[in-house]
Design a protein around this ligand. Structure first.
Ligand SMILES: *Cc1c(COP(=O)(O)O)cnc(C)c1O
Length: 388
């Protein structure tokens, strides 16, 4: 007969097991570094590629697997993998797929930190890149070593909508892969895979989180071989996600489409109001006629994110624009987006890509969940201040 363990050991290894009859609607957090095996043969025969088994916390727990499944459903594809930020999804993808001598084409309006990483890859590993004009894909210069064409539509500051379908066709004709940063369309507004994407990147940090409190990213694909290659390199890079953070996103996902559409409505009202302001040269909102690539937006998109920019008339000096931003009360000054609170960021001319055709200063707005009338009043009082 076994001797009974002391209560102090039982504190560490209790007799009771978790109750499988507990049925809650709430998602739970399964945390792990160590995952234990029933016996030695199970340990030896573990298979990290089997998404129904678990071997080590870095390769996921049921919580992160549920989130991956939901992201794949949203994106309408077979596979999704999580990363600790949107940027790490992008950098891990690039480093997994490219080798010395390869070349990548990025649009000139691409999310800024991507270019910093592209320069790092170029200097350290001899992976070359070129920029293309997102609104003139005829200029897409694909060479035999072009392995990948990157698309971000619209650009998240300058808001040009590019023709994903056309770009993907040219890329595929030349044997290049097409990766799309779909953060703005968020799996809701643009069917990126139907239009030719091989890989879609999302910063789940934005609408999917919705709380301004989580960083996470995802890569999605229909291709088994791309998925396998990515899974293998994640193991090598040691990239994993926090299960508690996955839980927060799982908690927000059920209402993110509602938030997206409600905020879209507010943002279009506000963008239209700004469009009639005599201080504004141009409203850069894909759904507003006159915005760059508006016709492409009309052709392919079914909705818009609540992130857009305006260009002020060029006689407003940067000092005045900064004073306008400082005078805003409800719009808070800060990066990222997707949460409940409206945000504003001013960009100076030298922070914008060289193809950007306007001379005036650019201000980017993120419309949160506040009442649109209150936000319009806030913009009105701040504009009045700089006009006097
Ligand atoms: C925010 C953002 C990213 C990066 O996401 P993080 O989670 O902040 O690293 C990448 N692309 C776009 C378009 C973004 O807006």
């Amino acid at each position: 007969m076994n001797k009974t363990d002391s209560k102090w050991t039982k504190l560490i290894q209790p007799d009771f097991v978790k109750n499988d009859n507990f049925k809650s609607l709430a998602d739970s957090i399964e945390r792990a570094s160590t995952i234990v095996f029933d016996d030695v043969s199970k340990l030896r025969n573990r298979n990290w590629k089997d998404k129904h088994s678990y071997s080590y916390g870095l390769m996921g727990t049921p919580t992160s697997r549920r989130l991956e499944k939901q992201i794949a459903i949203i994106e309408n594809v077979k596979h999704a993998i999580l990363f600790p930020s949107g940027l790490s999804a992008i950098t891990c993808f690039l480093i997994s797929f490219l080798v010395s001598g390869d070349k990548v084409l990025f649009p000139s309006n691409v999310y800024g930190p991507v270019i910093d990483f592209a320069n790092f890859l170029k200097e350290r590993f001899g992976i070359d890149y070129d920029l293309y004009d997102p609104i003139n894909p005829d200029n897409l210069r694909i060479s035999p070593n072009t392995k990948l064409v990157w698309v971000e539509t619209p650009g998240s500051v300058t808001m040009e909508v590019s023709d994903l379908y056309l770009i993907a066709r040219v890329a595929h004709e030349n044997g290049a892969l097409v990766a799309v940063d779909s953060t703005w369309s968020a799996g809701i507004a643009l069917p990126v895979f139907e239009l030719g994407a091989d890989i879609s990147v999302q910063a789940l940090t934005k609408y999917q989180s919705g709380g301004s409190d989580v960083l996470m990213g995802s890569l999605s694909t229909n291709s088994d071989s791309i998925y396998l290659k990515l899974s293998e390199s994640i193991m090598k890079l040691g990239v994993g996600v926090s299960q508690a953070d996955c839980h927060l996103i799982l908690r927000s996902l059920p209402h993110y489409p509602l938030r997206y559409h409600a905020q879209d409505n507010s943002a279009r009202r506000i963008a239209n109001w700004l469009n009639s302001s005599k201080s504004i040269e141009k409203v850069l909102h894909p759904a507003i006629p006159g915005s760059i690539g508006h016709n492409i937006w009309k052709k392919y998109f079914t909705a818009s994110a609540s992130l857009f920019s305006v260009v002020f008339k060029k006689d407003f000096e940067q000092e005045k624009i900064d004073a306008f931003v400082n005078a805003l009360r409800l719009f808070r000054i800060g990066f990222s987006w997707g949460g409940a609170v409206s945000l504003v960021v001013p960009y100076t001319k030298d922070q914008l890509h060289k193809n950007f055709p306007f001379e005036g200063s650019l201000v980017r707005f993120y419309i949160g969940l506040e009442q649109a009338d209150d936000l319009i009043n806030d913009l009105d009082q701040a504009l009045t201040k700089i006009l006097n």
